[in-house]
Design a protein around this ligand. Structure first.
Ligand SMILES: [Zn+2]
Length: 191
């Protein structure tokens, strides 16, 4: 059993057991809506549950992180998506819009718990999330081999570009910089 102590439990369907010994990773999404309640009703309707839904005040947990969730497409053949130790978080936000400080602070605390619980490195193996629909970097070799943080935009066999730009300073924690997390060109917060 792996449940985030701060979460409100709002159970959904799992995507089955994780497969093999593939590395653990966190996959970030945005709900493309305004409320957690709206997102959760969509997950229920589509049976597309993530592990967590996060808004500015609350973390909702739908699936134990010891088993898979089901927010990613996984067509036959190729790589596995949901079941390769992907812990999935849906931010109540839009890919094309700025995310609030409150939302990212809430999500950051959850991310630190997931990293610690499942030994996930605070890195972005496929780079930072795409900032436009055409900017997605999907690489099956990286996805297969490397643990860390990914956006939906990085997952092979998928087409969505969420979560869009995220303030990495807030989300990954100031102690994660610089090292693996050079700030974007023009960001002078560590200068
Ligand atoms: Zn997504």
């Amino acid at each position: 059993m792996a449940t985030y102590p701060e979460a409100v439990q709002e159970p959904g369907n799992s995507g089955g057991n994780f497969l093999g010994t593939t590395p653990w990773r966190i996959v970030w999404h945005t709900t493309e809506g305004n409320t957690a309640a709206g997102a959760i009703s969509t997950f229920r309707r589509n049976n597309s549950w993530p592990h967590f839904t996060v808004d500015e005040t609350t973390v909702y947990q739908h699936v134990d992180t010891d088993v898979a969730s089901r927010a990613l497409r996984n067509p036959a053949g190729g790589v596995q998506t949901n079941r390769w130790h992907a812990v999935q978080i849906e931010l109540v936000a839009r890919a094309a819009s700025e995310k609030s400080r409150a939302l990212l602070t809430n999500a950051a605390a959850l991310a630190r718990w997931i990293e610690q619980t499942h030994s996930i490195p605070r890195t972005w193996p496929a780079g930072w999330p795409a900032t436009s629909p055409g900017g997605c970097h999907r690489d099956a070799t990286i996805w297969r081999a490397r643990g860390g943080h990914y956006g939906h935009c990085h997952v092979p066999e998928n087409t969505h570009w969420d979560p869009g730009s995220l303030d990495m300073f807030l989300l990954m924690g100031s102690d994660a910089f610089p090292g693996d997390f050079p700030l974007p060109v023009g960001d002078t917060r560590l200068a």
